[in-house]
Write a protein that binds this ligand. Structure first.
Ligand code: HEM
Length: 506
């Protein structure tokens, strides 16, 4: 059954073709498993027999999260490694924090995050092969977006507030709101206020195309990853239809790059007041020799959207679902937000860092509902041996069992857990939402930890704070909507509505 569900989940296109692709992928997997990479660590969820890994790989599509938790529970006591089968490959999990640190310390030419990430979304087909070697778009986030957080705060606040108001119609009576649908619109619009600015960031056709692009890219990337190498170009041509999707987005963003390049050529260094947006950041970050034709540049901005839109929309939806069933936290949050804004004389970046209860509920939600069950993916580019002698052949994938680490000891939801911990001596920084470690992996950890987390945390705080200040909200059933798991991805239930009404004390 898992195969049919997998195809339904992934596909908005011809199902027979997809079934064929997945089938061929599965056969390839079998060959791959038996004749290529063999990692001598314990397997989880692989039934005995020649078809065992094949069945296990199918189970992975729906039960990866549960299998990883099972493996972690069984093997972490002794700090042992374990592996689970997925359709394209085995995933190997260290459970000892020491081994996760070793993984993190290994250089990229030994254990590569970039290659694992690129394979996972089939970057050569979904985006561009140059992403494997040229990663200057990371600088756009690390340097430009992050360092400008203070100065761009007023724009984030105005866009978040306006986008929420324009997409909802909430009055004094309880009103049903599909949080997921609204948040996709709010988040894509806000991030694009930073990336491409006004007026394009408010063009709904552009935003819808972006969301569709991000969704198709991620789903198609996974399918292409399952296909045998020889069939990848064909599968990609058939299911992705990249030229058509790219053309639609080129229509919106292409002219912005063209215009900017022209002006840079005309004015050169004399152009001192260049716009402060991602169009400019990309042009300024592109190293000498990088491909700067308009299509390549547009690809970079699409990647930045791809990385930001779904991760942030999922996170805000999860946080609101948690708060919709923990309504007792609303007033303490409101008191904290109100007093910080009063103390600071308005919204400031410094003020956002002082909102520790708010930070805590967001972090707790991330802990309970990881966007992915795994983090710190690495592909072994050469054979690698851990300090305990565990041998990892070239081509093996290593991952941190993030969701399993987060939920050990069956810790129940406790919204202000991290705020309390931060009061303990020397713990103030460690328990912030953006502080990563081998124990808190929602944004990954180490050299490749999410560079967008500082921006995302601020955006999430502003959104939750403005909702808490202005509305009451709750789950209509009193129950928290259940998460769905697909492979290692964890997604909120997108079909449910929450109830909102204006606060009477605003
Ligand atoms: C709440 C929202 C977000 C979550 C939960 C999230 C989560 C993650 C995770 C788990 C990773 C992998 C890190 C690792 O495993 O070590 C990652 C990487 C990445 N994220 Fe995010 N992310 C979020 C928002 C963003 C935003 C807003 C941006 C862009 C502005 C962004 C850009 C990236 C990029 C470019 C990488 C790859 C880093 C590299 O190649 O070194 N993310 N993110």
């Amino acid at each position: 059954m898992a195969l049919r569900e997998l195809i339904e989940e992934l596909s908005s296109i011809d199902k027979t073709t997809l079934a064929a692709v997945v089938f061929v992928g599965l056969v390839t997997y079998r060959v791959y498993y038996h004749y290529s990479v063999y990692v001598d660590v314990e397997s989880v969820g692989v039934p005995p027999g020649i078809l065992g890994p094949w069945k296990a790989a199918l189970r992975h599509t729906k039960e990866a999260d549960a299998l990883i938790k099972e493996g972690y529970k069984k093997y972490s006591k002794d700090g042992k490694f374990f592996k689970i089968a997925s359709i394209p490959r085995y995933l190997v999990f260290p459970t000892d924090p020491k081994h996760l640190q070793e993984m993190n310390s290994a250089p990229d030419h030994v254990l590569s995050f970039g290659d694992a990430g690129a394979d996972r979304i089939s970057i050569d087909y979904t985006m561009d092969h140059s992403f494997r070697t040229e990663t200057y778009h990371l600088k756009v986030i690390q340097v430009y977006l992050t360092q400008r957080l203070s100065s761009i705060l007023p724009e984030i606040i105005s866009e978040v507030t306006l986008a929420w108001q324009e997409n909802t119609n909430i009055g004094d009576e309880w009103t049903e709101v599909n949080v997921w649908d609204i948040m996709l619109k709010v988040i894509s619009r806000t991030i694009n206020r930073m990336y491409v600015g006004l007026p394009l960031c408010r063009n709904q056709e552009y935003l819808d195309n972006l969301v569709e692009y991000a969704t198709t890219t991620s789903k198609s990337g996974i399918i292409i990853d399952m296909a045998p190498r020889i069939l990848k170009p064909l599968v990609s041509w058939y299911i992705l239809d990249k030229p058509k999707k790219l053309k639609k987005l080129m229509k919106f963003v292409g002219p912005l790059f063209e215009e900017r390049k022209k002006k840079m050529k005309e004015l050169g260094d004399k152009w001192t007041d260049r716009p402060d947006d991602a169009i400019q950041w990309i042009l300024d970050s592109a190293p000498l020799g990088a491909d700067t034709d308009t299509e390549s540049l547009v690809n970079r901005i699409l990647f930045l959207n791809f990385a930001a839109i779904h991760t942030t929309s999922i996170s805000i939806t999860q946080a609101l679902y948690d708060l919709a069933v923990h309504t007792d936290l609303h007033n303490p949050l409101k008191d904290e937000i109100t007093s910080v804004i009063a103390e600071e004389g308005g919204w400031t970046k410094q003020g956002l860092t002082k909102m520790k209860k708010l930070d805590s509920v967001l972090k707790e939600s991330q802990r309970m509902n990881n966007v992915t069950s795994i983090a710190m993916m690495r592909k072994a580019m050469v054979p690698y041996t851990f300090s305990d002698g565990t041998f990892i052949p070239k081509g093996t994938w290593l991952c941190a069992p993030a969701a399993a680490i987060h939920k050990q000891e069956e810790m129940q939801y406790d919204g202000f857990r991290w705020e309390r911990l931060r009061k303990e001596e020397g713990q103030a920084a460690k328990h912030q939402m953006v502080s990563t470690s081998v124990e808190y992996l929602s944004f990954g950890h180490g050299r490749h930890a999410c560079p967008g987390r500082f921006f995302a945390a601020n955006e999430l705080k502003i959104l939750v704070a403005s909702i808490i200040l202005n509305y009451e909200f709750k789950s209509p059933t009193g129950e928290r909507p259940k998460n769905g798991h697909f492979g290692v991805s964890c997604v909120p239930d997108r079909g449910v509505n929450m109830l909102f009404r204006k606060r009477k004390d605003v």
